[in-house]
Design a protein around this ligand. Structure first.
Ligand code: NAD
Length: 425
């Protein structure tokens, strides 16, 4: 099929490359000229394992190209994905400005186009796709959803760091549909993925995404809360969760207590769901608490460091891991950012190292901290080491001889003793 993907960020580019790799022709559109040029040269605008190789192969095969020209990209498309960002506003509510702008431009170009299906891929609060998005597209195009163009909502469940694998091996595909004709086309598009497919209405599809992320975020905060209690009782929370996760009703996944969750999805999506709930008159106490636990969790590393080192003023500290998780360069809402800010407030001197995310953090903190080019250089800087992201290269115990290590991710398979301390164990 001929596809168009509007927005080539973390989610959009993975989908574009994924669908191109299974035989579709994909036109990518972005307002960022640099991303467009990178994609056309076969280079990925983000770091994600296997992505660049697949992108380069798809470009070579003529299956993918990028442009800033929406009209040209949409002209031959049977299906158009909208995958622009949906960040948080200051009050935590969803900021729909990119969705609204994309809807306006899309509406304009649909004026002169025959039937096609528009799929919302961005994470949007229930009611958005059929509400404001549809309204703007209909107004601008003079066309009717369900008649002149199809409308659908397919939430994105990719895990950054495993996104290419997840595209080809989804746990499930959720297809929210507005009309029968678009449903058939969207189901056909996803057929080659051979996944469990859940077809539902659009509002339900939108809510499935929020409920999934809210559950996983709550599960992590729960593990961290139990971990903080375990720490005070001298128990290793990982041993506890092995026993808890063995219960078939619970599952062992997402019980990794540590420095808290970050990334572009969990914090922003739970905040958006909380804001939406309040807007409709419901106080979501459990979700608010999950966020509150997560706000404080990264600072536990700083607390443990203080207990070990005393005064942090002028203390040299090495921070290992800046990305919100391994195998990505994404630092959005990363626990490392909160830890760096807290250490700077206390007057510590920081050298940080991450194999992928250093430049993104440099754009954030500038020269307030130092950035080591190698792990070796980072370790040479100080005696006090905080491990914030569990990259594989940090797992070698012999690296830390003579160092005081505070581990936020169970990177080393050790229990707290001597100069090694786990944040929740
Ligand atoms: P992102 O910020 O990395 O990318 C968004 C892209 O859209 C940018 O490249 C931006 O330049 C482009 N853009 C903005 N307005 C545009 C317009 N009018 N026309 C063309 N391009 C435009 O965001 P992301 O992480 O890819 O997330 C996109 C959506 O997918 C969000 O709603 C997010 O919640 C959801 N999502 C993301 C992930 C993930 O792994 N990052 C996972 C699940 C869901």
């Amino acid at each position: 099929m001929n596809l168009c993907v509007i927005g080539t960020g973390y989610a959009g580019i993975v989908n574009a490359v994924g669908f191109a790799s299974i035989g579709n022709s994909v036109a990518c559109v972005d307002i960022d000229e640099k991303k467009v040029a990178l994609i056309n040269s076969g280079k990925s605008p983000i770091f994600e394992p296997e992505l660049e190789e697949k992108l380069a192969a798809a470009i070579k095969a003529g299956k993918i190209h990028a442009t800033t020209d929406l009209k040209a990209a949409v002209s031959g498309a049977e299906i158009i994905f909208v995958s622009v960002g949906t960040p948080s506003k200051h009050d935590g509510g969803i900021d729909l400005k990119y969705i609204e702008i994309a809807a306006k431009s899309l509406g304009e170009v649909l004026k002169s186009k025959g039937y096609c299906v528009v799929i919302m891929k961005s994470t949007v609060v229930p009611g958005t796709t059929e509400g404001i998005f549809r309204k703007i597209v209909e107004e601008k195009s003079g066309k009717k959803a369900g008649i002149d163009f199809g409308l659908s909502m397919c939430p994105e469940f990719l895990r950054e760091g495993h996104a290419v694998h997840d595209f080809s091996n989804p746990d499930r595909v959720v297809i929210g549909t507005f009309d029968k004709k678009s449903e058939e086309l969207v189901v056909k598009l996803h057929d080659p993925l051979k996944s469990k497919t859940i077809v539902t209405d659009i509002k339900t599809a939108e809510m499935i995404k929020y409920a999934s992320n809210a559950f996983l975020a709550t599960k992590i905060s729960f593990a961290n809360e139990i971990g903080n209690i375990c720490k005070k009782l001298g128990i290793d929370v990982y041993d506890v969760m092995k026993g808890v996760g063995a219960d078939g009703r619970i599952s062992p996944h997402f019980f990794n207590a540590g420095a808290g969750f970050g990334g572009s999805c969990f914090p922003k999506d739970v905040k958006a769901l909380v804001a939406k709930s309040k807007e409709i008159g419901y106080e979501p106490k459990l979700l608010e608490t999950a966020l509150e636990v997560n706000e404080k969790q990264p600072l536990m590393l700083v607390e443990h460091l203080k207990k070990r080192a005393g005064e942090l003023k002028k203390l040299k500290v090495t921070l290992l891991g800046l990305a919100f998780k391994p195998h990505t360069d994404d630092i959005r809402e990363a626990p490392s950012l909160k830890i760096i800010s807290a250490l700077l407030d206390e007057g510590a001197q920081i050298t940080a190292y991450d194999p992928q995310a250093k430049e993104n953090v440099r754009a954030h903190f500038g020269d307030k901290i130092k950035y080591a080019a190698t792990l070796k250089e980072a370790l040479e800087f100080s005696k006090h080491i905080l491990i914030v992201t569990e990259w594989d290269e940090f797992r070698d115990e012999s690296l830390y001889k003579g160092k005081i290590v505070i581990d936020g991710r169970k990177t080393l398979d050790k229990k707290t003793s001597g100069d090694y301390e786990g944040v929740c164990w």
